[in-house]
Design a protein around this ligand. Structure first.
Ligand SMILES: Nc1ncnc2c1ncn2[C@@H]1O[C@H](COP(=O)(O)OP(=O)(O)OP(=O)(O)O)[C@@H](O)[C@H]1O
Ligand SMILES: [Mg+2]
Length: 381
C-alpha cells in the first residue's frame, strides 16, 4: 500500500499542511524539534488510532486550539481510500473512511497497515512490560484489526472490576457476587487476548529467528510469553495451548487470587499484567545482551512484522523509520535498507542526508521541515 497525501490541521506543531507523496522512498529532513516525528505520528495514528507517545488524544491538538484533523489518501490494491480522523474533545473522535462515518475502530484501522520503528523501540527489551504489551498489541492490530476492540472491551471490564474492588475497601466479608461476574467476563475476553497473542508471537518468532540469525551470524533467538495466567511459554516450540485451556486457567487463577485482589483493591493478574521476553543463546537478553545485541533483536522483530503483514493481508505495510538509522551500525543499516525492498513505501526522518548513500538518495523524495512548514526540497538531488 501507498500513502499519497497527508493533510493535517492543528495537529501538534502544524496549523495547516498538505503533503503529496509521489515516491515510495520518502525522507523527512529537519533540525531537532521541527516536527519530523509529529508527521510520522500522524500517519501512525491513522493505522493504530493510538499515538506513538501521547497517552491522551487531546495532546495531539495544537496548543491553544480545540480540535485537530488528520486526513490521508491511501492507495491499496489499486483502490483509493480516504481516511479522516477528527479529534474534538469532549466529543467522541470521528472516524471517516471515504467520507462515511465509522463507529468501529477495526473498520477504520483495517485500511492502513504501518510498521513503525523508532529510537524508543530500540529500548523495547530494556523498557517496561507496558511498553512491550503496547508494542505487541499494536503489532497484532495491524494484522487483526478486531483485536483492538477486544482489547478495549477487556480494559473496560478491568476498569469496572478495579472500581468495584476499590469500593469493597478490602472487606473480605462483603458480598462478592458482582466480582464473580466481572471475573467471568474478564476471563472470557482475557483468555481470547492471550490466545491471539500466543498465535501472533508463534508466527512472528519463526520469521524473527531467521532474520536474527542472518544479522547476527550465529546467535539463536527465542521468544517467551510470560503470562500471569499460564506461566512462561516458549514460542519456539510447538504451538502451546488451546483457548479452552487458557480460559479454564484464567478462571481458576482469578479464584485463587480473589482474596488478595480484594485486599490490594486491584486486578493483579490477567492479560494486562503479562509480558514478552527474548533470549539470545538461551540467556535473557534483557539482563545479559549488549546494546547492539538488543538492537539486533528489535530489528529482527520489526522486519518480521513487515513480512508477517505481507503474508497475512497480502500487501506491504508502510514503514516509518524515526531517526533510527543513525542509531544502527553500517551492517544493520544496510540490512534494514536492503530488506525493505522496492514495494515497501518507507518514510524516514533524519536531521540530515549525510548518513544515506548516494545511491539511496537518487530515488528518494525529500521534504525539509523548518519553522512549522514543510518544503519539498529538490536541492538535494
Ligand atoms: N500539541 C502540540 N502543539 C504544539 N506544538 C507541539 C505539540 N506537541 C508537540 N509540539 C512541538 O512540536 C515540536 C516538534 O516535535 P517533534 O518531536 O516532531 O520534533 P522532531 O523534528 O522529531 O525533533 P527531533 O529531531 O529532536 O526528534 C516540539 O518542539 C514540540 O514542542
Ligand atoms: Mg523526532
Amino acid at each position: 500500500m501507498f500513502i499519497k497525501s497527508l493533510k493535517l490541521k492543528n495537529f501538534r506543531n502544524y496549523t495547516d499542511i498538505n503533503l503529496d507523496f509521489n515516491s515510495d522512498k520518502i525522507l523527512i529532513i529537519g533540525k531537532n524539534a521541527q516536527g519530523k516525528t509529529n508527521l510520522l505520528e500522524a500517519v501512525y495514528y491513522l493505522s493504530a488510532l493510538d499515538s506513538l507517545r501521547a497517552n491522551n488524544d487531546s495532546d495531539l491538538i495544537k496548543w491553544g486550539e480545540n480540535y485537530c484533523n488528520i486526513k490521508a489518501d491511501i492507495q491499496k490494491f489499486d483502490i483509493n481510500v480516504e481516511l479522516e480522523v477528527n479529534i474534538n474533545p469532549p466529543e467522541r473522535k470521528k472516524l471517516k473512511v471515504n467520507g462515511l462515518n465509522k463507529n468501529k475502530s477495526s473498520e477504520f484501522i483495517s485500511n492502513l497497515s504501518v510498521v513503525c520503528f523508532t529510537v524508543n523501540d530500540l529500548l523495547l527489551l530494556r523498557g517496561t512490560p507496558e511498553d512491550r504489551r503496547k508494542w505487541l498489541d499494536n503489532a497484532i492490530s495491524q494484522i487483526f484489526p478486531a483485536y483492538l476492540e477486544r482489547l478495549t472491551k477487556y480494559n473496560k471490564i478491568k476498569t469496572q472490576k478495579n472500581n468495584y474492588l476499590k469500593n469493597l475497601k478490602g472487606n473480605l466479608q462483603a458480598d462478592t457476587s458482582l466480582l464473580d461476574i466481572w471475573n467471568e467476563q474478564l476471563a472470557i475476553t482475557g483468555s481470547n487476548l492471550i490466545f491471539i497473542r500466543l498465535s501472533f508471537l508463534y508466527e512472528l518468532q519463526k520469521i524473527a529467528s531467521e532474520k536474527h540469525k542472518l544479522i547476527s551470524d550465529t546467535e539463536t533467538l527465542s521468544v517467551f510469553y510470560n503470562s500471569t495466567i499460564i506461566g512462561d511459554i516458549c514460542l519456539n516450540e510447538k504451538f502451546p495451548y488451546g483457548s479452552e485451556y487458557i480460559l479454564e486457567n484464567f478462571k481458576q487463577k482469578l479464584e485463587e487470587k480473589k482474596q488478595e485482589e480484594i485486599i490490594r483493591a486491584q486486578s493483579i493478574i490477567g492479560a494486562h499484567r503479562d509480558d514478552v521476553s527474548f533470549l539470545i543463546n538461551k540467556k535473557d537478553a534483557k539482563k545479559f545482551a549488549s546494546q547492539g545485541q538488543q538492537r539486533t533483536v528489535v530489528l529482527a522483530l520489526k522486519l518480521a512484522e513487515l513480512q508477517l503483514i505481507k503474508e497475512k493481508i497480502n500487501t506491504n505495510a508502510i514503514l516509518l523509520l524515526d531517526d533510527v538509522l543513525a542509531e544502527l551500525d553500517d551492517l544493520r543499516q544496510n540490512f534494514l535498507l536492503d530488506a525493505i525492498g522496492n514495494n515497501t513505501q518507507t518514510i524516514i526522518t533524519s536531521v540530515d542526508t549525510l548518513q544515506f548513500k548516494e545511491e539511496y538518495l537518487k530515488n528518494v523524495e525529500i521534504f525539509e521541515i523548518k519553522d512549522n512548514e514543510v518544503i519539498k526540497n529538490k536541492a538535494f538531488f
